[in-house]
Design a binder for this molecule. Structure first.
Ligand SMILES: [Zn+2]
Length: 119
């Protein structure tokens, strides 16, 4: 089991910043219509492992399909650094885009493919 670590991350221009604590045990590369386009590599954390540092009041929300996930992108640079929604158990969760974490070497994580396209 990988160890829990707190990462900082955010959008490209720096308006949206957050901290996320994760062991990166479950990393998902999703093929749904939006992840496919933006190339998101995601991990999911509960609210107590996510802390917004800035930008939560300015992010733009985009929803599609079943509208259960809030895709949050920065109004200035357009980068979707995280999303919020509810898991299958109804609990709130945060989807963190690993591409937006500071200093994370993505070649060290192995995402498993998630078939979001057909979900
Ligand atoms: Zn930005």
């Amino acid at each position: 089991m990988a160890e829990m670590k707190t990462y900082t991350g955010g959008c490209h221009c720096g308006q949206v910043r957050y901290e996320a604590t994760t062991d990166l045990a479950q990393v998902v590369s999703c093929n749904c219509s939006i992840c496919h386009k933006i190339g998101a590599v995601l991990t999911f954390v509960p609210p107590e492992q996510f802390k917004s540092l800035s930008g939560a009041n300015v992010v733009q929300t985009y929803q599609f399909n079943k509208k259960v996930i809030n895709h949050l992108h920065c109004p200035t640079c357009g980068v979707e650094s995280y999303a919020t929604g509810k898991g299958p158990d109804g609990k709130e969760m945060f989807a963190v885009n690993l591409r937006c974490l500071d200093g994370l070497d993505l070649s060290t994580v192995t995402p498993f493919p998630y078939n979001g396209r057909d979900a």
